[in-house]
Design a protein around this ligand. Structure first.
Ligand code: FAD
Length: 455
């Protein structure tokens, strides 16, 4: 396994002895070279070729291989080196568009359908973990959404109330004077608890999927970059960095790592980076003191800060500064650490044990997309919430390929927008992030309508 231990831009005194620049999750679930077939020749043909061995790809591979299909998974990196084992492990019904916004733009029934499907995706993770017996710290810990201003608090409650009214999702209001029972911080202006949201160890979840897919017969080919897929119905020729093969069906499951060679898909996803740090091992009892309910925590801005306790050690994970144009986490580690301490002052002189980054994918309409284009299946554009939706899309794609009955997805539309001249280089992400910051400040000054909450 490659370990990236870098020269820190953080003072040495703030780095724990076990500091590494790699995802915390890799300690328990490091990316593996598939089934050892890294150097094995590619087969000349397969029933299904899946491009991308993240959550979407492995869930599809598992279901297809179980049904008897000959499945190959092709990944440009090691299996699990993408976002699947780099995320924060929050499980939600996350979307950047609120119920009210969707109802206003596309009608109430569409809005309800969207959130019902997100709920099904959330429950789908629990069902898969249970059915497969994957030991990955899956828990319905609930989420605390902390308001960044009184106006954010009012807007959030209005959104949650609309969600309860339209779709029946529950929440509990936490006033500012009560918030220490959720998070021992004075940075926020109250918040809300969404009790049925959860968390997971994303590394162990993905590893569980990989193992089961392999047991079912899927062949994994890491370090095999797909350069071209011949479009059209019928068997398709796939050209990779390690040779070519023909497959009856092809699935693009590359999300934030979609390479330019996958032209149509690359023009529709907007890659951007997320950043996370993990603290050193904390003294016993400290996490319970600062995060008494051990939930997941985020705030009401579009560009959120997010916090969670590690499920398997006494550390806290913190993320933010999403979309910053940096290929590594180190330039941001000091800022993230300072922000964590400013939110949770009891962490005082805490040192860091990990810092890492990973790529997510936004879309021009802020919606995830699943479907088929030019004979090629795809599931893409998870907008920072790919654990439930990737799982859901992986299963849906497998059912479609197998010709099994399935409920059509509200996210499968003929319209998957791109922008003129966009080829997959997201030069505008930092500008968009600045716009979102401005937008959040504007909301803080007034009660704007239609904000999304991370429910
Ligand atoms: C820092 C961070 C925090 C996040 N937090 C959360 C969270 O709390 N909750 C949540 O639900 N989601 C979260 N996400 C998002 C979630 O991790 C992703 O949406 C999801 O993992 C991406 O989908 P995937 O797993 O299917 O693909 P990925 O794991 O991203 O895998 C895609 C793979 O495609 C491969 N690939 C790309 N192009 C090619 C090619 N041409 N040929 C071969 N292979 C190719 C890549 O090598 C990569 O391994 C987070 C993401 C990041 C980065």
């Amino acid at each position: 396994m490659r370990q990236m231990i870098r020269k820190p831009s953080l003072p040495e005194t703030l780095l724990a002895d076990d500091f590494r620049e790699e995802p915390y999750w890799w300690a328990a679930a490091s990316p593996k070279q598939g089934d050892g077939s890294a150097q094995a020749d590619l087969p000349r043909k397969a029933d299904v070729a899946i491009i991308g061995g993240g959550i979407t790809g492995m869930v599809a591979a598992l279901d297809l291989a179980r049904a008897g299909a000959e499945v190959v998974v092709l990944d440009a990196q090691d299996i699990g080196e993408g976002a699947a084992r780099r995320s924060a492990g929050f499980l939600g019904r996350t979307l950047k568009r609120s119920v009210d916004w969707l109802a206003h733009a596309h009608g109430r029934s569409h809005a309800v359908q969207v959130y019902r499907e997100l709920d099904a995706a959330l429950k789908g993770v629990a069902a898969l973990v249970e059915a497969e017996g994957i030991d990955c710290h899956h828990t319905l810990c609930g989420r605390f959404v902390a308001a960044n201003s009184p106006a954010h608090f009012r807007a959030m409650i209005a959104d949650l109330e609309a969600m309860r009214r339209e779709v029946g999702f529950d929440y509990m209001v936490v006033e500012k004077h009560e918030q220490h029972r959720e998070i021992v911080s004075d940075r926020y202006f109250g918040g809300a608890v969404i009790p049925d949201l959860g968390s997971i160890h994303p590394g162990l979840y993905h590893e569980g999927l990989v193992r089961r897919a392999q047991q079912a017969g899927a062949r994994l080919h890491p370090f095999t970059a797909v350069e071209r897929v011949q479009p059209g119905e019928g068997p398709k020729r796939i050209t990779t960095s390690r040779g070519s093969l023909t497959a009856r069906e092809v699935v693009v499951a590359t999300n934030g790592y979609t390479s330019r060679g996958l032209g149509w898909h690359a023009r529709r996803v907007i890659p951007f980076r997320g950043f996370i740090i993990a603290t050193e091992m904390l003294p016993a009892g400290l996490i319970e003191r600062v995060l008494p309910r051990r939930r997941t925590y985020l705030d009401t801005r579009i560009n959120i800060d997010f916090i969670r306790p590690a499920p398997d050690s006494n550390r806290i994970l913190f993320g933010g500064s999403t979309g910053t144009p940096s290929d590594t986490a180190m330039p941001l580690a000091a800022t993230l650490r300072d922000r964590l301490v400013s939110i949770l002052p009891d962490l005082g002189g805490v040192r860091l044990s990990r810092a890492w980054t990973g790529q997510c994918a936004g879309t021009f309409d802020f919606m995830p997309h699943v479907g088929k284009h030019d004979g090629v299946h795809f599931g893409l554009g998870y907008n920072f919430a790919g654990i439930p939706i990737g799982t859901h899309f992986g299963r849906l794609i497998a059912r479609r390929i197998l010709g099994r009955p399935h409920t059509p997805s509200v996210f499968e539309t003929s319209r998957f927008p791109t922008a003129p001249f966009y080829s997959g280089s997201p030069w505008f992400v930092p500008l968009a992030m600045r716009y979102f910051d401005w937008h959040d400040k504007r909301i803080a000054a007034e009660h704007g309508p239609g904000r999304a909450v991370r429910a």
